[in-house]
Design a binder for this molecule. Structure first.
Ligand SMILES: [Zn+2]
Length: 219
């Protein structure tokens, strides 16, 4: 397949961003570890079901919450944290694409304040809306003491529109998972649930360590 020039350039740009500014993968030392990350919650319908599935398999991940959604369902923020998951910052309003620097700063800071207010915990990890990387989206979190984390495995769960789509995404997740991967998922999408039902037991049976949120890579 011939890649459009823009995509290749974007990949090269991402590859040029140093690890100190952007975590994309847990690296070769994490040879059997997978880290699940869930963006865009909490969601009253989906997040409790996700938590139940993670708990059933002893899996711990990172929830990159939207501050406005956390304000709407703070009990889910508290419960996710109580169950051992890491809470990350995904801005307050999921503003995209890249807005003016001052707006972006306020949006990231407001999500920090929201999580602190409900949990008395200060997030250490940040994911920009849509994973969008720019000078602003890399520098602002650093100013607020956050490390930016994107992902190395994306099965496009948010595009699923039917159980058949979710099954295909789940099969792809099982097929493509490699040790050290950071997996992008969304806990505001109901079709995530059949995806997890298919993939989780298979990844556990394949011997992956799915408790990465407690490891040194993510603290
Ligand atoms: Zn998002």
């Amino acid at each position: 397949m011939v890649r459009p020039a823009g995509q290749g350039l974007r990949d090269r740009l991402k590859a040029a961003i140093p690890e100190s500014l952007l975590i994309r993968d847990l690296g070769p030392a994490a040879s059997r570890t997978l880290l699940f990350t869930f963006d865009d919650g909490p969601d009253r319908d989906v997040t409790p079901e996700v938590l139940a599935r993670l708990q059933a398999h002893g899996i711990r991940g990172v929830f990159f919450v939207i501050g406005a959604h956390a304000d709407a369902a703070p009990e889910l923020l508290v419960e996710s944290h109580r169950q051992g998951h890491v809470i990350g910052n995904h801005t307050y309003s999921h503003r995209a694409p890249d807005p003016w620097f001052g707006q972006y700063f306020k949006d990231v800071q407001r999500c920090q304040d929201t999580v602190r207010q409900h949990l008395n915990v200060t997030p250490r990890l940040f994911r920009p809306p849509k994973g969008h990387l720019s000078g602003t989206s890399l520098v602002v979190p650093r100013m607020l003491g956050l490390r930016t984390m994107n992902w190395s495995l994306n099965v496009r769960d948010w595009e699923c529109e039917s159980p058949a789509d979710a099954r295909r995404a789940a099969e792809r997740l099982v097929r493509e998972a490699r040790g050290g991967n950071i997996v992008l998922l969304h806990d505001n999408r109901p079709l995530l649930l059949p995806l997890l039902d298919f993939a989780l037991p298979r990844l556990v049976a394949a011997g992956f360590d799915l408790r990465a949120a407690r490891g040194p890579a993510v603290s």
